[in-house]
Design a protein around this ligand. Structure first.
Ligand code: ATP
Ligand code: MG
Ligand code: MG
Ligand code: MG
Length: 480
């Protein structure tokens, strides 16, 4: 029985076995208390060892980090903070952990734990994070399934670069320096495994669109890869993305879907991860206390999550956002490191200003300048107040994070799409299959990508994206 289940049992003195890793062992005269955790829940189960019941030899082997099985009777506990405990009659030691075990019961820095990624699972903090991550992944599937979407598996190895950002990891079977060369001196990929240049996917969107233009409502949820060469707390080289794609949806439907979906999964976590969230909230409160007064967060983690679930997101155009940012400039002073003007790609400092200082709630920004967005976004017929051409893009911005979702209505007009493809320098031959969907039964459609780790980052209140994925991949970071 898992510890989570044991803790829910009625303590009638029945025989029970609890297995797990020792968190703490405390000895008093004639009695020893051992707390074990098996990762099924944030709570430990306490084993009480009365004098003489377990041999000294075995007791000596039971130190923090050891793995043991405790057999005994389940009784009501008199101690605070736990309802039941086990009066041990037998203990089997599966694996000892000597004093070099790095996860001793003291506060470790997250940097230290990142270096010990193979063992950080055994801490309360990472146990909580990965259980919440699991719950969110489950909620994602549940949401889409319950709303008539089909889970479509898009390829991990692709020949297309959806974002055109040049951040792709090449996939090749050629050995270094032994690749055959073409006449012009470039690598001859026609001799490679797939007979052409291939990479790890940066997004399943283009393939997802093929599914949507037949099954109407699909979503992907898979790993994506980007050779991000900067070290930020918001970027990974390998991350998971959720990408719904829906036929007959226009930009506004897309915004409604994004808002409803994000609220649903956060609410799911609030309802199903209460203990883990309460633990992380307490941890954060302690962290906040060490910060200067005016850097402290106004809301606790749970209040922040509830606020997002209960309030409408602000919806404004990129052009309006730029006006707000320009107006926000204090006289004589520089407000941002990166100056704002219509046409720039907003930086995280701008996004966070809009969300955290101006609106104080999540914001959906729409109708971005055409030149800073990907080729597949639908061009606006009317630019409204914007000084240049815009596209039906939408980014969802979250407090503490900035961009959490990027999406758009897709260009469904064949001629316009082809023109745009050529403008940005993509060889139409390379995405002939994508272009053909606009030739045969094209339909208005929309979709977006939610970076799963950014969502987990928000829900757990953690500060660095490397702490919300079990095995972070970042520049010079791939230990195993
Ligand atoms: P950013 O501006 O933060 O670099 P992006 O605009 O390049 O993000 P998109 O191509 O719009 O990202 O991808 C959709 C979503 O995927 C983003 O909104 C974000 O949540 C997530 N995402 C993008 N790049 C990364 C990354 N390197 N690591 C983790 N999540 C990412
Ligand atoms: Mg990016
Ligand atoms: Mg962006
Ligand atoms: Mg984006």
């Amino acid at each position: 029985m898992q510890v989570k289940e044991i803790l829910l049992q009625k303590p009638d003195g029945q025989d029970i076995v609890a297995k797990g890793w020792v968190r703490t062992k405390r000895g008093q005269a004639n009695i020893v208390f051992i707390n074990i955790n098996d990762g099924s829940t944030i709570s430990n189960i306490q084993a009480v060892v009365e004098d003489g019941v377990i041999s000294e030899d075995i007791l000596k082997k039971i130190t923090t980090g050891a793995c043991i099985a405790v057999t005994g009777k389940l009784v009501a506990s008199a101690g605070a903070g736990q309802s039941v405990e086990i009066i041990a009659s037998e203990i089997e030691v599966y694996g000892i952990a000597d004093e070099t075990f790095p996860m001793q019961p003291k506060k470790h820095s997250l940097e230290f734990l990142r270096e010990k990624a193979h063992l950080r699972f055994r801490t309360n903090t990472f146990g909580a994070i990965f259980r919440i991550r699991h719950a969110l992944a489950f909620a994602v599937h549940k949401y889409y399934n319950d709303n008539g979407f089909f889970y479509l598996h898009t390829p991990i190895i692709t020949a297309s670069d959806a974002e055109g950002a040049g951040e792709m990891f090449r996939v090749s079977t050629f050995e270094a320096n032994k690749a055959p060369l073409a006449e012009d001196g470039s690598i001859d990929y026609t001799q490679d495994f797939f007979g052409r240049e291939t990479s790890l996917t940066v997004s399943g969107q283009l393939e997802g669109e093929l599914g949507a233009l037949a099954l109407s409502k699909i979503y992907t949820f898979g790993p994506t890869f980007r050779a991000e060469n900067s070290n930020t707390t918001r970027h990974l080289a390998e991350f998971w993305m959720i990408e719904p794609e829906v036929a007959f949806y226009e930009l506004e439907d897309n915004m409604n879907l994004a808002e409803d979906f994000v609220k649903y999964v956060i609410k799911y976590a609030l309802e199903n991860c209460a203990d883990d969230l309460a633990f992380l909230e307490k941890r954060l409160l302690e962290e906040e206390k060490s910060k200067p007064q005016n850097d402290r967060s106004e809301l606790s983690l749970l209040d922040k999550l509830k606020f997002v679930v209960e309030n409408d997101f602000e919806r404004i155009t990129y052009t309006e956002a730029v006006e707000i940012l320009i107006r926000s400039k204090p006289a004589q002073k520089k407000q941002f490191q990166y100056e704002v003007a219509w046409g720039i790609d907003l930086q995280s400092e701008h996004e966070r200003y809009l969300v955290e200082k101006h609106f104080k709630k999540p914001v959906i920004l729409t109708n971005y300048p055409k030149d800073i967005k990907a080729f597949y976004m639908k061009q606006d017929d009317d630019n409204g107040a914007a000084p240049g051409p815009t596209v039906r893009a939408m980014d969802v911005l979250f407090p503490g994070i900035g961009e959490i979702i990027g999406g758009s209505q897709r260009e469904d007009n064949y001629e316009k799409l082809l023109k745009r493809v050529e403008e940005v320098g993509i060889d139409p031959e390379n995405i002939w299959w994508y272009l053909e969907t606009r030739k045969f039964g094209s339909a208005p459609h929309s979709g977006f990508g939610l970076g799963f780790e950014r969502l987990v980052l928000f829900v757990t209140g953690m500060g660095n994206i490397r702490d919300v994925i079990p095995f972070p991949r970042a520049p010079k970071t791939a230990e195993f």
